[in-house]
Design a protein around this ligand. Structure first.
Ligand code: NI
Length: 173
């Protein structure tokens, strides 16, 4: 089956607020599988459902698999919420929905995240460093926030200009 397409900035669907999932049914589990396939294919370490056009509060991530010798360990989290934060960290972020750009973003260093797994069981995890950043980045997507919304206005406007130019070139060729 074909992989689902990742929406790219400035697609308006990336700005929407995603809906809480009330029923973890076969459709939600299938969506999570599709998201995991897309994440590994791109490749990325995380993906949020609105990035493939599904405005639902579901994220997947795997911060282990790119490291040598480690197997794939995907996590799917339904209705994720950050319930505790501490410290500050600056990380250079990128996003599958924001082509050809990375920037330093300030986030909480350590977080506790809570949500449901695909069987509806409650999960809670404390994360720090890259994994913490990844959770915060993916949960932002559920609220229509991209990492470029968390950088300076100047850097954002430079990116938007560059992106518009490359889109114009794409449509010409
Ligand atoms: Ni992203």
């Amino acid at each position: 089956m074909a992989l689902r397409e990742v929406l790219r900035f400035p697609d308006k669907r990336l700005k929407g607020i995603s809906k809480t999932i009330n029923d973890i049914d076969a459709k939600v589990r299938e969506l999570a599988r599709d998201m995991i396939d897309v994440m590994y294919d791109e490749p990325g370490i995380g993906l949020a459902a609105p990035q493939i056009g599904e405005p639902l509060r579901l994220i997947v991530l795997d911060t282990e698999w790119t490291e040598e010798g480690k197997g794939k360990a995907p996590l799917a989290l339904v209705n994720p919420e950050i319930i505790e934060r501490s410290g500050t960290i600056i990380w250079t972020e990128g996003c599958l929905s924001v082509p050809d750009f990375t920037a330093d973003v300030e986030r909480s260093e350590t977080i506790t995240v809570r949500g449901l797994d695909l069987d509806g069981k409650e999960l809670q995890e404390q994360a720090t460093g890259l994994r913490s950043v990844c959770f915060q980045h993916e949960i932002d997507h559920l609220d229509g926030i991209l990492f470029i919304d968390r950088i300076s206005r100047l850097r954002r406007s430079l990116y938007i200009k560059k992106r518009k130019k490359s889109l114009r070139n794409e449509s010409v060729s």
